[in-house]
Design a protein around this ligand. Structure first.
Ligand SMILES: Cc1cc2nc3c(=O)[nH]c(=O)nc-3n(C[C@H](O)[C@H](O)[C@H](O)COP(=O)(O)O)c2cc1C
Ligand code: SF4
Length: 575
């Protein structure tokens, strides 16, 4: 299926859109099963297989689709069902053993109320309320995630049927590269990889650079623990990311884009590669794309599991097949990146915003969010919450609302103690600090950070010293050892934390943490070392009494540290 020019693309898009509308007009049954790494681990493949078997025998006229994750990971394995007299309904926890019950209910002409989370229709279906009123969905602004749980991520046809590659077509035929960049600048998309640098400015610098050839590199490494928004973005809609890459290549004047995906994200990698192969076959990648004169190639590269390879300069080396280690800057990658040529590096979520900006306009995008943080943001939460998954909210959303409404608050039997922000790079917040907007700037006054949008909620059985040790140990382990402050400072900090946890620390150790951290932060070469001690300092700031108790009283109130076990043994021996 090669689309050789604009007209061929438009005719094809019209045809598949009309097929899509027919499929969903309610005259036959459509079953959608979200399949992603998360839902697979909860048995979604077994649900899909059993559903297929029972539908074959059911006598219903149906289509069964594998779709990408909807972000409602807490509800997986899930099934979305639409059919005659049955508006689209999301059913949760449909493990394979519940499939017969669901089918029996539908065949009897009734939705399965017990399994239903809500209906995508505007009005209730019996006792099933519109999903737009459910706290997990109510505040979401679904633009990046609009097609999650809707399209088959392995089908370019589905993507085009929903308007996909329309932004690329618009850029190629109706806009100059400079106009595309202007639109990105108006939108003020700030980098979603953590640093928040404006994407439009980066694109402009790359375009202005005189050296040739130029490259686009996309950072889908996501090696940080507890963050999974980029993985799920690719798993659920790889063509959106790919379309963003193609638009960036056109704007910057590059004929080659790379997507660097963490090797452990197997399904994301597989789906991205498949998307590239399909786009090549459809004529959206290659020579003279849609007859526009634009030539482009895109490749995926897999990382080997080292967190440091997500750092911009280390990523460049890794893409080139060399050892992934940061280097001094300048030159910045936008001046000298891949093969010492100008390389524009963007995060996956940043680049996925590009088709939305081109389609709807930079001003539309800038009307979302806050004054300095525009647009929406993907969030991931971990911890003992009632719901887990990926949500897309406007920038500036209140953190308490996210935790206690959207994610449902703590599971029964757990009491909220704090939330770790900024992945492994920032401080934690207590409950009295979470009535705060979340965007690039608001949290920094509290020593916290948006980072890439990954938050970990913890309860009162978690010791802040032990948690700080876990985060510190991650940074120590992932240090590439190139520079001394990071190579020696992080193990030294881990050692002090171990002394505290074992009850053999002195008060001076708390000051030693502050001093050593300062050296590591100020003298390390790259972003890893420059923020590695932040979680430790953050925990000390958030829970000072707990740290004092460890050092001065030899008590771990959470009962989590080795000193607590020793105290218990001593008590037992005394008794
Ligand atoms: C140790 C380390 C790991 C990083 N890992 C990632 C990552 O996995 N994904 C990412 O987009 N950025 C990561 N970054 C940030 C990148 O260096 C870079 O700022 C980002 O990819 C730029 O894209 P953006 O401007 O669109 O955010 C990491 C930085 C450091 C210091
Ligand atoms: S700060 Fe750490 S990770 Fe970064 S270059 Fe130095 S040793 Fe390597």
């Amino acid at each position: 299926m090669k689309l050789t020019d604009r007209q061929a693309f438009e005719q094809y898009a019209e045809r598949v859109s009309s097929d899509w509308a027919k499929l969903h007009d309610g005259s036959s049954w459509v079953f959608r099963v979200p399949i992603g790494e998360w839902s697979k681990s909860k048995g979604a493949l077994a649900t899909f297989d059993y559903l297929r078997l029972l539908l074959e025998e059911s006598g219903l006229t149906y289509t069964l689709k594998r779709v990408g994750s909807g972000g409602w990971n807490w509800a997986d394995p899930s099934v979305v069902v639409q059919g005659p007299n049955h508006p689209s309904i999301l059913y949760a926890n449909v493990t394979a053993d519940r499939v017969p019950d669901l089918i029996a209910s539908l065949k009897s002409g009734k939705p399965h109320e017990e399994l239903a989370v809500g209906t995508f229709a505007d009005t209730p279906v019996g006792n099933i309320q519109p999903i737009a009123q459910h706290p997990f969905f109510a505040g979401q602004k679904k633009f990046l995630t609009a097609d999650w749980g809707v399209i088959d991520p392995e089908s370019i046809e589905d993507y085009i049927a929903r308007g996909g590659y329309g932004a690329l077509k618009k850029a190629l035929f109706e806009m100059t590269p400079d106009e595309v960049i202007e639109e990105m600048k108006t939108a003020s998309v700030r980098g979603r990889g953590g640093a928040g640098f404006p994407a439009g400015i980066k694109w402009e610098s790359a375009r202005r650079s005189r050296a040739e050839p130029k490259f686009i590199a996309i950072n889908s490494h996501e090696g940080e623990p507890n963050v999974y928004k980029d993985r799920q973005l690719i798993e659920s809609n790889p063509h959106l990311v790919l379309e963003g890459i193609l638009i960036a290549c056109y704007a910057v004047g590059s004929n080659r884009g790379y997507n660097y995906v963490g090797g452990e994200h197997v399904l994301a990698l597989e789906r991205f590669r498949k998307a590239v192969a399909q786009a090549e076959e459809w004529g959206l990648i290659g020579e003279n794309v849609l007859g526009s004169g634009f030539d482009v190639e895109v490749r995926a590269r897999a990382g080997g599991g080292a967190y440091i390879c997500g750092e911009g300069s280390a990523l460049m080396y890794s893409v080139m097949g060399e050892r992934g280690q940061p280097r001094t800057k300048p030159p910045r990658s936008v001046e000298e990146g891949l093969w010492r040529r100008p390389t524009m590096l963007n995060n996956t979520e940043s680049i996925a915003n590009a088709p939305l900006v081109i389609k709807n306009g930079g001003e539309w995008y800038a009307s979302l969010g806050t004054e300095k943080s525009k647009g929406t943001k993907l969030f991931t939460f971990q911890g003992p919450l009632k719901r887990l998954g990926v949500v897309e909210m406007e920038m500036g959303v209140n953190l308490r609302h996210l935790i206690f409404d959207v994610y449902g608050g703590m599971k029964d039997g757990y009491a909220f103690k704090g939330v770790q922000t900024g992945g492994v790079s920032a401080g934690a917040l207590r409950e009295d600090q979470i009535d705060h907007p979340v965007d690039f700037d608001s949290l920094t006054s509290l020593g916290a950070m948006l980072g890439s949008g990954g938050f970990v909620v913890f309860d009162d059985t978690v010791c802040s010293v032990g948690f700080a040790r876990y985060l510190m140990a991650f940074n120590r382990y992932e240090s590439c050892s190139k520079c001394t402050p990071c190579r020696l400072g992080n193990p030294a900090l881990t050692e002090i934390l171990d002394r505290i946890r074992h009850g053999s620390a002195r008060s001076a150790d708390l000051q030693l943490i502050e001093r050593t951290s300062k050296h590591v932060i100020e003298l390390s070469l790259c972003g890893l070392g420059q923020v590695a001690p932040m979680p430790v300092l953050g925990m000390m700031r958030a829970f000072p009494e707990e740290w004092r108790q460890h050092v001065e009283d030899g008590v771990c109130a959470a009962g989590d540290c080795p000193m607590h076990a020793r105290a218990l043994m001593a008590t037992a021996a005394d008794g």
